[in-house]
Each structure stands twice: as structure tokens, then as C-alpha cells.
Unconditional design. Structure first.
Length: 172
């Protein structure tokens, strides 16, 4: 099990962990490096990020943004990448709507960001952690980057699939 965290909106992490979302859509950001964003890891912990604007950028109507624990990181889910694609056709990207919670305008914003239209998509299988993994927050986890190294996971950490394998495959 790799000790890497993938920073993602807390609401998206919860949707993945509840089986309401089965893809991660990413364009990249300021600190992705010269090569830009890539799904560099086939397995990773979902590292929730919190900012209040994310609720209004989803299609969720009944959700509330959870409050982050003070001075602590709480990891609840682990993801395994089943397949990745770079989608450079807007209609194909738009057709992913049943597989995620983001508003179409957010996907479009990501799609159109920079000189090369398109998005990176990972079809993932998500696992719930038992127990929830908590560790102290640190400056090393900040910044506009997708991947962060994590401390050693606790002994005895168990992974429980959110969806059965056949349901997960059907989402692709």
C-alpha cells in the first residue's frame, strides 16, 4: 500500500466513499510541474480538502460541507485506479455526468483550462478504511498540488469495498 495522498474536495471524497461517484476528473494546477497533471499512482488515499465554495460547485442539493477536524487530517477512503483516460472531446467529457457530482460548468472550466482542451479521468474503485486514519496536519500537506506523501499508515488498517466489484466495473 503506497503512502501517497491524492488531494480532492471533501465532498467528492464523500461521494466516492458513498458510491455516488466513480470517476475523478482532474486538469491539473499551479504546482503540477513541467509535465502537468497525470494519475501517477495506481493506488492512493483520498486526502480531503475543505473550502466552502465547493458545495456550490457540485450538483448536490441536500449536502452540507463537513467541518475539518482542527489540526488533524482524517482519511476515510482509499482508491485503486482501474483505468485512466485523457478526454479531449467536450461531448465525451460531458457524458460523464452520471458518474460524478460536479456541476457541468466546473467540468467545462477544467476542460478549457490552459492551451490544451481536455481532462484527465480516472475510473476508480474505492474502499472504506477501518478504522478511520487520523494524523496531525502539517504545512507539508498545503499548496496547490495533487499528490502528497503521507506518514506510515497504522497497523491493522482494513479496506472494505464501497461497491461490489461487478457494480464498480459497470460504472466504466
Amino acid at each position: 500500500m503506497q503512502r501517497i495522498g491524492f488531494k480532492e474536495w471533501a465532498l467528492v471524497c464523500e461521494a466516492l466513499g458513498e458510491g455516488r461517484q466513480s470517476v475523478i476528473i482532474r486538469k491539473g494546477g499551479i504546482a503540477e510541474g513541467r509535465d502537468g497533471f497525470q494519475f501517477r499512482h495506481r493506488e492512493f488515499f483520498l486526502f480531503p480538502t475543505f473550502f466552502h465554495e465547493q458545495l456550490g460547485r457540485t450538483r448536490l442539493v441536500d449536502a452540507t460541507l463537513p467541518e475539518p477536524p482542527p489540526n488533524e487530517i482524517e482519511i476515510r477512503f482509499f482508491a485503486k485506479v482501474q483505468e485512466t483516460r485523457v478526454i479531449d472531446d467536450w461531448e465525451t467529457a460531458r457524458a460523464l455526468a452520471p458518474l460524478h457530482i460536479l456541476q457541468e460548468s466546473v467540468v467545462r472550466e477544467r476542460f478549457d483550462y490552459d492551451d490544451a482542451p481536455g481532462v484527465h479521468v480516472a475510473f476508480v474503485r474505492v474502499f472504506r478504511l477501518e478504522p478511520v486514519w487520523r494524523f496531525p496536519d502539517a504545512k507539508a500537506y498545503g499548496g496547490c498540488r495533487s499528490w502528497v506523501p503521507l506518514p506510515e499508515p497504522p497497523a491493522g488498517l482494513q479496506l472494505h469495498p464501497v461497491l461490489r466489484a461487478d457494480k464498480s466495473e459497470a460504472a466504466r
